[in-house]
Design a protein around this ligand. Sequence first.
Ligand SMILES: NC(=O)c1ccc[n+]([C@@H]2O[C@H](COP(=O)([O-])OP(=O)(O)OC[C@H]3O[C@@H](n4cnc5c(N)ncnc54)[C@H](O)[C@@H]3O)[C@@H](O)[C@H]2O)c1
Ligand SMILES: O=c1ccn([C@@H]2O[C@H](COP(=O)(O)OP(=O)(O)O[C@H]3O[C@H](CO)[C@@H](O)[C@H](O)[C@H]3O)[C@@H](O)[C@H]2O)c(=O)[nH]1
Length: 471
Amino acid sequence: MKRYQICCIGAGYVGGPSMSIIAYQCPHIDVKVVDISQERIDSWNSPSGDLPIYEPGLREVVLSVRNRNLFFSMEVDEAIEDADMIFVAVNTPTKMRGLGAGRAADLTRWELAARRIAAVATTPKIVVEKSTVPIRTAEAIASVLTASGKTHFSIVSNPEFLAEGTAIQDLRNPDRVLIGTNTEDPRSVEAMNVLVDIYSHWVPRERILTTNVWSSELSKLVANSCLAQRVSTINAVSEICEATGADIDEVANAVGLDNRIGVKFLKASVGFGGSCFQKDILSLVYLCESMGLQEAAEYFYWIVKLNDHQKERFVSRIIHGLFHTVTGKRITVLGFAFKKDTGDTRESPAIEVCRRLLYEKAILSIYDPKVHSSQILTDLCHSTGMDLLELNKYATVYADPYEACYQSHALVVCTEWDLFKELDFERIYCEMEKPAFAFDGRNVLPHETMKSLGFVIYGIGKPLDKRLNWV
Ligand SMILES: NC(=O)c1ccc[n+]([C@@H]2O[C@H](COP(=O)([O-])OP(=O)(O)OC[C@H]3O[C@@H](n4cnc5c(N)ncnc54)[C@H](O)[C@@H]3O)[C@@H](O)[C@H]2O)c1
Ligand SMILES: O=c1ccn([C@@H]2O[C@H](COP(=O)(O)OP(=O)(O)O[C@H]3O[C@H](CO)[C@@H](O)[C@H](O)[C@H]3O)[C@@H](O)[C@H]2O)c(=O)[nH]1
C-alpha cells in the first residue's frame, strides 16, 4: 500500500522542527522538507548533524528519523507531485517597499510556492497554510491554486505557535493545535479531518481546535499581539519603577500571582525581538488600517512603539551612565541572539543596541554562545551601513566571555543566557577598567554579588544607583 506522503515547502525554523516531529510521531508517514536554499538543505543533511538552526533537542529528533521517513531535498517539484498533503512554511516578512511598506506582510514567497504547486500538481492535494499570514490569505491562495483547473486543492489553515528555544517541547506538547478551514465545503472539512488525525497521534484530541479559516488566521496574529503586549506593558512599568524606586520583579510577581493575569511573559527586558512579534503586530495594524479601524490600529501599534522606546531608553542609560560619552570606550555586549537557547538574531534588540553604541563610536567586544561571528558581523554591517573592513575597527566577536570582558568599561547584557549567571565576576571585575559598570538588559546577573565586588549596576526596572544618574 502507498504510504501517506507529506511535503513541506520551506526548511526554516518552522518547517524543519515541525516536520521532524510529524515524522518522529508518525512512522507510517513519509515527510519530505524542500527548500530553494542549497545551503540550508545541505546543512539539514549534514552527516555530523550540524543543523542550520540551534534548538535544544532538535538534533536528536532529526538524527533519529532522517532518511527513515524524514527527508530534506531541493527537489521541490518532485516532492509536490508525490505529496498527498503540502505544508507551506515559507517566510512572510514585513514588506519593505511599495504599498503597505513597513506594515503589511510580504506574501511573495507564499504566492510563488502556491504557483509552483498549481503548475506541478496533477493529483488532488491538501495544502496547509503553516506560515503566519494576514486574514483571508487562504482565500487568495485558493484562487491561485484553482485557476488552472487541473486538479482539486483543499486549503487548510494551521498556524504554528512554537517559540524558539523551546520548539521541540512546544511541538511535542502544544497548548493547542489550531486548524481552520471552509466549514461549509465538505471536501475542506474532510481535509481538515485528515490533519486532525495526523496530530491525534500525539496531541490529545481536546487540544486540537477546529475553526473557520478566518478565525484561525486571525488567532495567530492576535496571540502574538497579546504576548508582545504583556512584554510592552511590563517594560512600560519598568520605566515607572526606575522613576519611583519600585522593583520590577517584585511588581511582576505581585501582579502575576493573580490567576487571571498569570506570571508568565512578565519579564522586563531591553525589548522583545524575534522574527514574529513585530512583523505580526504590524500586519494586524495594517489590517485594521485597511478596514478603517484607526483606534484599534493605534492601540496595537503602541506595542511596537513602546518596544522601540525600551531599546532607546536602555542605550541612553548606558551613555548617560558612562559620563555622557562612550566614544573610544570598550563595551562588552553579552548575548546577541533575540532570546536564550537559540542562535537566531532576527530583530534581536542587541542589533539596535550595538548600532546605537557604534554610532557613538564605542569599541564593542561581543560574545554569544550560539550565534556565529559571521552572523553578528553581517547583522551589524546591515544595521550600521558600514562595510566589514570599517566595522572590524570598532567591533570584535569573541569565542570566550572572559576575553570579551577584558579591559572593558561596561558589560551590557542583551540576551538572558543561563551561563551569564555563572561567570566569575571577581575575575571579570579585576580585569575591567574602573569604575566597572554593568547594564543588565535582562536582569539575569547576580546584582548583589556584583555590587559587593564594586560594580556599578543598572538593572531594567530596578532602583537606580545614584552613580548612574547624571541627568
Ligand atoms: N520562527 C518561528 O519561531 C515561527 C513560529 C511560528 C510561526 N512562524 C511563521 O512561519 C513562517 C516561516 O518562518 P521561519 O522562521 O521558519 O522562516 P525561515 O526564514 O527560517 O524559513 C523559511 C524558508 O522558506 C524557504 N523558501 C522561501 N520561499 C521558498 C519557495 N518559494 N520554495 C521553497 N522554499 C522557499 C527559505 O529559503 C527559508 O529556508 C513565517 O510565516 C513565520 O511568521 C515562525
Ligand atoms: O516575559 C518576556 C517574554 C519574552 N520576552 C522577549 O520576547 C521575545 C519573544 O519571545 P518568545 O515569544 O518566547 O519567542 P518567539 O520564538 O518569538 O515566539 C513567539 O513568536 C512565535 C512566532 O510567531 C510564536 O509561534 C510563539 O508562540 C511566540 O511566543 C524575545 O525577545 C524574548 O526575550 C521578554 O522580553 N519578556
